[in-house]
Ligand binder design. Structure first.
Ligand SMILES: Cc1ncc(COP(=O)(O)O)c(C=O)c1O
Length: 393
């Protein structure tokens, strides 16, 4: 009889179970909305990146359906062969205007945009200087590039400067940060890092996945928020979070975009978006341009909920965005908190090592523009009850 060469995977899963870190996937039975049903339970949903409620917006839905009727369900090829449809080009043109850059290239996801871009623009003789909490897709891109990787402590621009200053002047350097950090909700040290990039001639790159649709005028992101236009060479955004659909993009110079058309491996080797996705993203840009009040509602809800958690006495870290962590430290406690919240009607995902440091486990909350005050107050009341029950408060 053949032995199971993957037997060690079950052993590792057993270890996760013993540590209380084993997760089952919550299954959404319906639409991705502020109040919805997961695993047969109606809950206030604080776990989605659907910041503006666009996943179910009537305009996006209608345009996606119209594109499907007119153009079919798939693109049939990678972009560089037969899979560039005029709707993909229209989306790239619209995003370039929105981001105020020469050009934009759209990828299948934000992950593909980050990993594909870093790996394409760097090679083994180069060096990346990267914030320690940068997203996994950046880390993977750095590894794929085979460039040397130098990590600076979170948001510590002085440390980043020391690293850059010691590198040979002629070596190609990429300085990279998240615009909004996905687990802590704080902002990257953008202005200080741009100064360093200019002083030492580094390529400056920002991953604005959680800032797209959230920060800046009409949701243009942190570069707009900090008035840094023209100072960031490579801006990554996602279409999968506030924009409500799926995808990622890189905004920058025409030369950067054309280079990525030729060298970014996800662009070259993975099929492009179905027309419905591109149509929904274009519709989302229309919504951001015509109804920016939707972003005001997101921020009103953010202030209400964040201050509510803080008044109760939870440790919400350094969050400056709609992502508010409730940091409890121990991984098993975070999972227990998440489970109890869920039983009481609130879905806030527990996050533990390796996604965050071992002693920084948390549940992560994200409010959206579409939560009602009653829903957020209900969630705060449940947090208070369960927090006391588990001696977190
Ligand atoms: C900071 C950051 N960058 C990139 C991504 C990847 O975006 P996408 O979900 O579009 O692949 C994420 C999503 O988890 C993220 O949080």
């Amino acid at each position: 009889m053949r032995s199971d060469p993957l037997g060690y995977l079950s052993t590792e899963l057993d270890v996760l179970k013993q540590q209380g870190l084993y997760r089952t996937l919550r299954v959404l039975e319906g639409e991705q909305k502020a109040k919805t049903t997961f695993d047969h339970r109606q809950v206030v949903n604080l776990s989605s990146n659907n910041y503006l409620g666009l996943t179910t917006h009537p305009l996006l839905r209608e345009r996606a359906l119209e594109a499907t009727r007119r153009l079919g369900v798939g693109s049939g090829s990678v972009r560089s062969i037969a899979g560039t449809m005029d709707i993909h080009m229209e989306l790239e043109r619209r995003l370039a205007v929105f981001k105020n850059t020469e050009a934009v290239v759209v990828f299948q996801s934000g992950f593909a945009a980050n990993a594909g871009t870093v790996a394409a623009v760097l090679s083994k003789d180069d060096v990346v200087i990267s914030d320690e909490l940068n997203h996994a897709s950046i880390i993977d891109g750095c590894r794929l590039s085979r460039a040397a990787i130098k990590v600076f402590p979170h948001k510590d621009a002085a440390a980043a400067r020391r690293i850059v200053a010691e590198l040979p002047a002629a070596q190609r350097k990429l300085l990279i940060t998240d615009g909004v950090f996905s687990m802590d909700g704080d902002l990257g040290a953008l202005p200080a890092l741009c100064d360093i990039a200019e002083e030492f001639g580094c390529i400056m790159m920002v991953d604005d996945a959680h800032a797209s649709g959230v920060f800046g005028r009409n949701g243009r992101g942190t570069i707009d928020h900090f008035s840094m236009h023209g100072r960031v060479d490579i801006q990554v955004g996602t279409l999968s979070k506030a924009i409500g659909a799926l995808g990622g993009y890189v905004a920058g110079s025409r030369a950067l975009v054309e280079f990525l058309y030729h060298r970014a491996r996800p662009f070259l080797f993975s099929t492009s978006h179905p027309p419905a996705v591109a149509a929904a993203c274009i519709a989302a840009l229309d919504v951001l341009e015509q109804d920016p009040q939707i972003i005001d509602r997101l921020w009103e809800n953010t202030r209400f909920f964040k201050s509510g958690l803080q008044t109760l006495g939870f440790n919400t870290g350094l969050s400056e965005s709609p992502i508010t962590p409730v940091i409890v430290g121990d991984g098993a406690l975070a999972m227990k908190l998440s489970d109890r919240l869920f039983q009481e009607g609130v879905f806030a995902q527990g996050i533990a090592f390796p996604t965050v440091a071992r002693d920084k486990a948390r549940v992560r909350t994200i409010v959206t523009a579409t939560h009602t005050r009653d829903e957020l107050q209900f969630a705060l009341d449940v947090f208070a009850k369960v927090g006391r029950e588990l001696s977190i408060l």
